[in-house]
Design a protein around this ligand. Sequence first.
Ligand code: 8YV
Length: 312
Amino acid sequence: MTATLAIGPYNQSERPALEESFNAHVVADPSEAAGMDPAARSTIKAIAYKGHLPFGGAEMDLFPNLGLVANYGVGYDAIDVDAANARNIRVTNTPDVLNDDVADLAIAMWISQGREMRQAEAWVRDGKWASDGAYRLNRKVSGGKVGIMGMGRIGRDIADRLAAFKTDVHYHARSEKQTPGWTYHADPVALANAVDFLFVALVGGSATEKYVSKEVIAALGKDGVVINISRGSTIDEDALLDALEIGAIAGAGLDVFVGEPDLNPRFLALDNVVLQPHQGSGTVETRAAMAKLQRDNVAAHLAGGDLLTPVN
Ligand code: 8YV
């Protein structure tokens, strides 16, 4: 009987390592796990979890000997950590190994948005360059006033990159951090007022739901651009769509959406947005590092050792 269950959309290249390391049984989602034989469920000591479907107390109670939920991803908002605490279940995540990729994508969306790379490419592909002449002038990104909402590990990596673009860096976080002269704003609306480009690098979950509020979006103003690589839930999406549709802000670069992958169709009708399929950490190298860190946490738990990246 196997002691490890893997739950989530693990693809064919990810399964062998889980199977070879732990003889892990792999199921697609929590409801498939619920359908397992109770005797098999009672052997499970650790779950390697992937995806964004909720995994709460009811799911944990399916596994009476569960001691660890090892999340694939730095954001663990899908896992109810309070429910895990109440059951003495440990939770781990995969921080740091993905910071570079997520920060890179944030920067790429920022440049793509400002320099209108998507529209400019269409200009080339549609033959307009030859027929109509040079593409229209667009917007300088280097040297601008940029803001970061959330100065955790990923926010910090975004800020470090932005500093190299000679920008004036402002940020909002729960508390002021040690930074090389970046301007702290205790109030998110004050941050939005101070900048033209706003990067959202908040943790997900109920505490940050719609943290980028209607008021923050209004404060960003008609030249403002918002870039989100965190969770769709951190922005008031209806307020964002309203603002984008009437030009109350200039644009957005979004890797995450409420209800993804079924994003609000209003996004698809907009020309002032860059839309990405939640692929911030989606490189071969980083996904391999995330998977290894997840497996290492499972192995540490099964061996009774210290967890590498505990959450609780
Ligand atoms: C996802 C992410 O984990 O790390 C995170 O918090 O959002 C991503 O890396 C990835 O989409 C796999 O579910």
